[in-house]
Design a protein around this ligand. Structure first.
Ligand SMILES: Nc1ncnc2c1ncn2[C@@H]1O[C@H](COP(=O)(O)OP(=O)(O)OP(=O)(O)O)[C@@H](O)[C@H]1O
Ligand SMILES: [Mg+2]
Length: 260
């Protein structure tokens, strides 16, 4: 366990020199990245540039072959996913993962169940927890109303659209009371109006609840209206970083997008 580097002092998430190879494929090849508290940061790049693999390394799905990761001042390199999740760093998947046999509502509650089940005192504190679960259920209903999922809250999750799945996953992630949420292509498969509503909600969550976001997204025309800062990946490396208006004018970025 090491202390975060000095230039990461104010960052909630700090990544230094991270590498992840699959055989000869250098999926992530020496990435440095910071996400300051309460920022909404975009991670873009052509298909196969290593974005989802970087998420998987940060979230503990893969151990990095090199490099270190700090979250909220703590070295989380190589910790298993549930330990990282417990520290308040949650993520959604490029292909949404809701439990198909549960309703949308039950799925959003699952975030809480994971947390309360981990407390060994739970049996002794049953009364407290009962109250807690009622509170959680109420909060969950509010989040569902907020998310636009109300019409399908009682549907089985196998019976909703891809876009609704994405919203359900975000709603579940938020119910864990995270410090930071990493979203892998939240706007994919959603119509532009809904996608904009989703991003407006993300901005509101940042403004009102102080949640920090790192967002992979291919739909740059939407993403760039909402993010504070952007990292651009290509062949496992960060090739550009800056404000959206700076990044779109960077010749290296224009070139990789024209090639892709
Ligand atoms: N589990 C794996 N085993 C082997 N190779 C992998 C694995 N996961 C990813 N790769 C390879 O690593 C590279 C980066 O893939 P990754 O999925 O991280 O890209 P991405 O930027 O998320 O792409 P997309 O925009 O298409 O989602 C690709 O060449 C991919 O084929
Ligand atoms: Mg991906």
């Amino acid at each position: 366990m090491t202390r975060p580097p000095e230039n990461c002092d104010d960052a909630l998430l700090c990544v230094r020199g991270v590498k992840k190879y699959f055989g000869g494929v250098r999926a992530v090849d020496g990435v440095d990245l910071e996400v300051p508290r309460r920022w909404i940061v975009g991670l873009i790049g052509p298909n196969g540039s290593g974005k989802s693999t970087l998420f998987n390394v940060i979230a503990g799905v893969y151990k990095p072959d090199a490099g270190r990761i700090w979250f909220d001042g703590e070295d989380i390199t190589g910790l298993p996913p549930h330990e990282i999740y417990k520290r308040g760093l949650v993520r959604t998947f490029q292909t949404p993962r809701l439990w198909q046999s549960l309703t949308v509502y039950e799925n959003t509650l699952a975030g809480y169940r994971g947390h309360s089940g981990e407390n060994p005192l739970r049996a002794l504190l049953r009364l407290f927890w009962r109250k807690r679960e009622v509170d959680n259920a109420e909060a969950s209903i509010e989040r569902i109303l907020d998310s636009g999922l109300k019409p399908v809250a009682g549907n089985l999750s196998s019976d909703i659209s891809g876009g609704q799945m994405k919203l359900g996953e975000l709603t579940r992630a938020l119910n864990t009371k995270p410090k930071m949420v990493m979203l892998d292509e939240p706007a994919a498969g959603i119509n532009p109006t809904l996608a904009r509503q989703l991003f407006e909600r993300i901005v509101k969550l940042r403004d009102e609840e102080g949640i920090t976001f790192l967002i992979i997204e291919h739909r740059l025309e939407i993403l760039f209206d909402y993010v504070d800062y952007v990292y651009v990946m290509h062949q496992g490396k960060i090739i550009a970083r800056g404000k959206p208006e700076e990044v779109v004018e960077d010749p290296k970025v224009i070139q990789v997008y024209l090639e892709g």
